[in-house]
Design a protein around this ligand. Sequence first.
Ligand code: XIL
Length: 363
Amino acid sequence: MNTHRLKIPLLLACSSILFIAARLNREDKPKGLKDYYKKYFAIGVAVRPSDLKNNQESSLILNEFNSITPENAMKMGPIHPSESRYFWRDADEIVDFGVKNKIKVRGHTLCWHAQTPSWIFTDSSGNQVKKDVLLRRLKSHIQTVVSRYKGKIYAWDVVNEAIADDTTFLRKSKWFEITGEDFIEKAFEYAHEADPKAVLFYNDYNTEIASKRDKIYRLLKKLRDKGVPVHGVGLQAHWSINSPSREELEKSIEMFSSLGLQVQFTELDISVYSGRQGGQLIQGQRRQMETPVFTAEMEQKQLEKYKMVFEVFRKYRKNVTGVTFWNLSDKYSWLDGRGRKNYPLLFDTNLKPKRAYWEVVKF
Ligand code: XIL
């Protein structure tokens, strides 16, 4: 029997099956943000364990994103409520979801002034601990958490928001009060020891405001010059419809990249209210003045800002290695907790893509 004769129809049949299967697959799963940006950078989202258990939310996450960050579950307060007790459940669920679905996991965060339990700064009689005790506790915390997820978490926000918003250099946190500047480099060293392959980030907000950016640059340059294992800078990107400008944003990426650091936008949202830091209310401003609806004007301004920032991210694709949204959809945003509803994300309150979404994927 002539086998060549059989081979050709067989090959044709196989390739048609593959073609149909590929089409079906395409139709079953519409392209998501992660697919549009496949050749650029990872696209992530901050999650709560409940997002992963709800079918609608979890399928949106799986379709659109290829990276997740625990919104709160790995912060020191929630994960390490007392010296002898860790609470792993929520963090474990998030990491398991990532591993099971082959989604990257970013760890957030190992050392911060907020959501930090008071036990870490005090001894059994209630007095403030000395530097050596605090650093020993920090080491034990970081090594326990990082080792548990070694090989499963690819990047960590090691130190969060250590730079001051006023004219001084470092934030006057308990960490600073007790250890001076040392907690910063120590935190990076402990994390690196626990998982030498993890990519380690310094993370902060208002990184496009020149005065704060200069201080962050100064800190990172110092750490790099000393050989501290810091590999990237996380720019939180809690922005609003009127900031940052293209120039401010480009300048930040260029400055931080010039230090040999990779850049990630770690907490992106664009508040529909004016003002920095996600448009948080200036103290004393009257809340009734704010309208609780997503107006056509907000929609337009927001989509222009989203379009611009993603143009910049793509332009700097060599330096930008990830963009993570802070929450999934306008149904729930951490910015809502400030007495008014916000609409800062790419999916609306029904989890449908907003007009801004289509601007972000049009290129
Ligand atoms: C926020 C969470 O989204 C809230 O749920 C929580 O109540 C407070 O913290 N910068 C950070 C994040 O680094 O950890 C913060 O997350 C938002 C600002």
